[in-house]
Design a protein around this ligand. Structure first.
Ligand SMILES: [Fe+2]
Ligand SMILES: [Fe+2]
Length: 160
């Protein structure tokens, strides 16, 4: 971590790293869940959802990349193994519906996942507003993306 990077941060770096590690884990779990649904959903209308899920799965991975970059910038290291990721996450999605043609249940699961992370990012914004501008800006960008994604899935739910 650079000298200036340390100077401009007024938060406890270890606490910031803990929060960032948890959201890094949230993004990976969302990435994997959406990817999984993109592989497995079947039935009428599933193709459209699968395409959207595959795209959005990549979006969550990009979020994880941005968070990893900030973690490394702060002198930390993102969790490297699945156990640590599962343990660190704030949002632990339920398993996909056993009926892979139940698109409504799948969409609700996606929406729950997006809404959980929206709550987390929103609370982090309040926490870091005046004490870590770089983390604040990152979280703000991520929150804007998640809010847009929630709307996409609300629209799918209304049509299913
Ligand atoms: Fe995300
Ligand atoms: Fe998302």
């Amino acid at each position: 971590m650079g000298k200036k990077a340390r100077e401009i941060i007024h938060a406890n770096v270890n606490k910031v790293l803990k929060d960032l590690t948890a959201v890094y884990a949230d993004e990976w779990l969302a990435h994997h869940l959406f990817w999984h649904l993109a592989q497995t959903l079947r039935g009428i209308g599933a193709d459209t959802l699968r395409t959207q899920l595959a795209k959005q799965s990549q979006g969550e991975l990009e979020h994880a990349e941005k968070i990893a970059k900030r973690i490394v910038q702060l002198g930390g290291s993102p969790p490297a193994v699945w156990d640590a990721i599962a343990k660190a996450a704030n949002c632990k999605p339920s398993p996909p519906p056993s009926d892979r043609t139940n698109l409504e249940a799948a969409i609700k699961l996606v929406l729950d996942t997006e809404r959980c992370v929206i709550d987390v990012y929103n609370s982090l914004l309040g926490k870091y507003r005046n004490i870590d501008h770089v983390t604040y800006e990152l979280v703000e960008d991520l929150l804007i993306d998640e809010l847009e994604e929630e709307e996409v899935w609300e629209n799918y739910l209304a049509k299913v």
